[in-house]
Design a protein around this ligand. Structure first.
Ligand SMILES: Cc1cc2nc3c(=O)[nH]c(=O)nc-3n(C[C@H](O)[C@H](O)[C@H](O)COP(=O)(O)OP(=O)(O)OC[C@H]3O[C@@H](n4cnc5c(N)ncnc54)[C@H](O)[C@@H]3O)c2cc1C
Length: 421
């Protein structure tokens, strides 16, 4: 079975897409992949447009029996990881021209070579590939439009390729790669997600704290907006092998709802009387935390995941919230409000209930508990893969050394800051 990964970048279509069509023609199985790259920020409008384009591409792929895998992080690292996970022997993509795109292409070509994968680029971003028509006399490009236009018109354009009719996906691609919550709202998507999640539930107890595995249900936004009934979720989970730890989490949800019902000021007042600490008024520290530039990689990875996806893994929520309140001593309300602003599942009971739990002002029976970010990182991201995904400037650091970049020479830290005090 020959498998290929097609890395989509800004060729978000199935019609006349040479990289995609050729791969579907030449391989038995194809993984269409888009990687959300934190190094390529986009304003709100462009993000919304991109989201729409990806959703539409996914529908077109699904209509052909395929799907769109969406990953987050450095596109080179993620494309290689995807290829290895599904046992692909090749990666294909459209060639592009910006300095960033070209360096991405060069890095990917080198990574493919060292992983013994074939790598091929295809045209498609322009009518005529940039270097296909050149001025006489050896120049690299035309400096004036009209002569360029004449050569361009005289050039034999490539044939338009049709949209492939059928796409076969690798059977072993993890379910969590497909159909992220953002943009996939509503009851219909929620019910689909629940069904596919229930097929995966047995592993939950062992793997739900593994940051890189990303194997929790991601049902929280649907539960928040009531696209799914929590009662029905429990009903469908009950009796399935390994469902107990998952059902327990749903109980946490009910727990905080009954706390909020009894204590409506949960968002603004400490739940335990006299539990308030003396918080520091540290605007710079708060901002560094919000932007994912604290110098503590596991914290920054979580905060960047929140910004990029409107969602954060529960373990990362615990680590980042503890870091803000018990390391930087910044008021839990500032952290809670920031989460609430960005989370798709932002929910008064669950958000502020959990924040107060972490800050020691709420329902934790051990209010002085403090998570060591480094120990948490070594335990729940032992290979550094989660950090590598969201903090691309550290992605070149191998293994768990990525968790302590301050131990490395400055050149290897590539501008990544020292931990803030
Ligand atoms: C500081 C902090 C802030 C949080 N803010 C929110 C929030 O605003 N909205 C929200 O829904 N959850 C919040 N949580 C709880 C938890 O992190 C998310 O519910 C979970 O990560 C959502 O992912 P999932 O659906 O894949 O969870 P799964 O692990 O698959 O759990 C299934 C469901 O159980 C419920 N659940 C899981 N953990 C908790 C928990 N600790 N408390 C309450 N309910 C839970 C959620 O509804 C979740 O969808 C917060 C946790 C922390 C530590």
């Amino acid at each position: 079975m020959k498998t290929c990964v097609v890395l989509f970048t800004r060729d978000l279509r199935v019609h006349d897409n040479p990289a995609f069509a050729s791969s579907v023609g030449a391989f038995d199985v194809v993984l269409p992949l888009f990687v959300h790259d934190p190094a390529l920020p986009a304003g709100d409008n462009r993000r919304a447009f991109l989201r729409g384009a990806l959703d539409d591409l996914r529908s077109s792929l699904r209509a052909r029996g395929g799907d769109l895998a969406e990953l987050h992080g450095d596109p080179v690292t993620e494309a290689i990881r995807a290829a290895k996970t599904v046992g692909a022997s090749a990666i294909a993509m459209a060639a592009d021209v910006s300095a960033y795109a070209r360096s991405r292409e060069t890095r990917l070509a080198a990574a493919c070579e060292s992983e013994r994968l074939a790598f091929k680029t295809f045209p498609g971003v322009t009518v005529v590939p940039p270097s296909a028509v050149r001025p006489g006399g050896g120049g690299s490009h035309y400096k004036v439009f009209t002569p360029y236009y004449r050569s361009w018109e005289a050039f034999t354009f490539r044939d338009v390729v049709g949209a492939p009719k059928k796409v076969s996906l690798p059977a072993d691609a993890p379910k969590s790669w497909f159909s992220t919550a953002i943009g996939d709202a509503g009851e219909t998507a929620a019910r689909k997600r629940l069904s596919s999640w229930l097929a995966d539930i047995a592993a939950y107890g062992d793997i739900h704290d593994d940051l890189a595995a990303d194997r929790t249900s991601r049902l929280s936004p649907y539960l928040h907006f009531g696209c799914l009934s929590p009662r029905e979720v429990v009903d469908r989970a009950q009796g399935q092998e390994g469902a107990e730890p998952f059902i327990r989490q749903l109980c946490w949800r009910d727990f905080y709802h009954q706390v909020l019902a009894a204590f409506p000021a949960l968002k603004s007042k400490p739940y335990r009387a006299n539990a308030e600490d003396e918080w520091r008024d540290e605007k710079d520290a708060l901002q560094a935390w919000q932007e994912g530039h604290t110098g503590m990689p596991i914290v920054d990875a979580g905060m960047r995941q929140l910004r990029a996806e409107g969602w954060m893994h529960n373990r990362a929520r615990l680590i980042t919230a503890s870091y803000l309140t018990k390391h930087l001593y910044v008021d839990w309300r500032a952290g809670g409000d920031h989460f609430f602003d960005l989370l798709l599942d932002g929910d008064v009971a669950n958000n502020y209930g959990n924040w107060q739990w972490v800050a020691g002002t709420g329902n934790d029976t051990k209010p002085y508990r403090r998570f060591s970010p480094l120990r948490q990182a070594e335990r729940f991201d032992p290979t550094g893969e989660y950090v590598r995904r969201y903090v691309p400037e550290l992605a070149h650091i191998p293994g768990k050394a990525i968790h302590q970049p301050w131990e490395l020479p400055a050149a290897q830290r590539r501008g990544y800051p020292a931990p803030i005090k």
